[in-house]
Design a protein around this ligand. Structure first.
Ligand code: SF4
Length: 227
């Protein structure tokens, strides 16, 4: 926690104040955190630090957000943090664990796990997910993890031990931590997509993707239904 705070400190000092869909605006009094689309709005609801957990749970329509890095963070709020410790608490509530992973990445200590390794260690009802073909992975990851409507994380894991990226359906920026994934969706292939922001890193396939792999295998196994 202390180390990632130092990291946040240096990022904010270097004027890097965006992470995913969050904006951190610093002032003499402290920091204001809000949705980055909402910067400049003067009708935002004030929230306490602890409200960040609730904000992260639901989208604008009130639907539950199972994936906290999906690009559907709710709008219309702002939270004041008096120091970096409080700012980090808000970031960690909105994007759990991402600052710690970034710290590990920046200090060359981040271990990534290939999708095949993650699939192979599943047990019980998820064991069948390992039967997914490379072709299915290409299509599934290309859709499930895409930044426009799927997830804003930068993928660092490979498909398997051959060092192959998991999907050729995703743009190469999806694998580049220097690219602002939220901006790259809004302005594809523009130079500004590389504007400074704190990346949300994906070091290993999440449970939701594993569940989707299982579904893909089951659907394939079900085959076409009889006329
Ligand atoms: S596997 Fe990673 S990039 Fe894909 S949806 Fe899950 S968290 Fe996002």
């Amino acid at each position: 926690m202390k180390q990632s705070r130092r990291l946040l400190d240096s990022l904010v000092a270097g004027k890097i104040s965006r992470i995913g869909q969050l904006q951190i605006v610093s002032s003499e009094e402290g920091f204001v955190l809000c949705h980055r689309d909402d910067v400049g709005r003067n009708d935002l609801r004030d929230g306490e630090i602890d409200r960040a957990f609730e904000i992260a749970k639901f989208d604008d329509a009130g639907n539950y957000r199972p994936l906290k890095t999906a690009p559907n963070l709710q709008h219309g709020w702002k939270i004041f943090a008096r120091d970096l410790l409080q700012a980090e608490k808000v970031i960690d509530a909105i994007y759990p664990g991402r600052l710690a992973i970034l710290h590990a990445f920046k200090s060359d200590q981040l271990v990534t796990t290939s999708l095949r390794e993650t699939l192979d260690r599943q047990s019980g009802m998820y064991r069948v997910a390992a039967k997914i073909s490379d072709e299915q992975i290409d299509g599934l990851v290309g859709n499930f993890c895409r930044s426009d409507g799927g997830c804003l994380r930068t993928i660092l894991w490979k498909r398997d031990t051959t060092d192959q990226i998991p999907s050729f359906k995703l743009p190469l920026e999806k694998f580049d931590p220097a690219v602002d994934q939220y901006l790259s969706v809004k302005r594809p292939r523009s130079a500004t997509a590389a504007a400074a922001s704190i990346p949300l890193l994906c070091q290993e396939a999440c449970n939701l993707l594993i569940a989707a792999c299982r579904e893909a295998v089951k659907m394939e196994g079900a085959g076409p239904s009889a006329p």
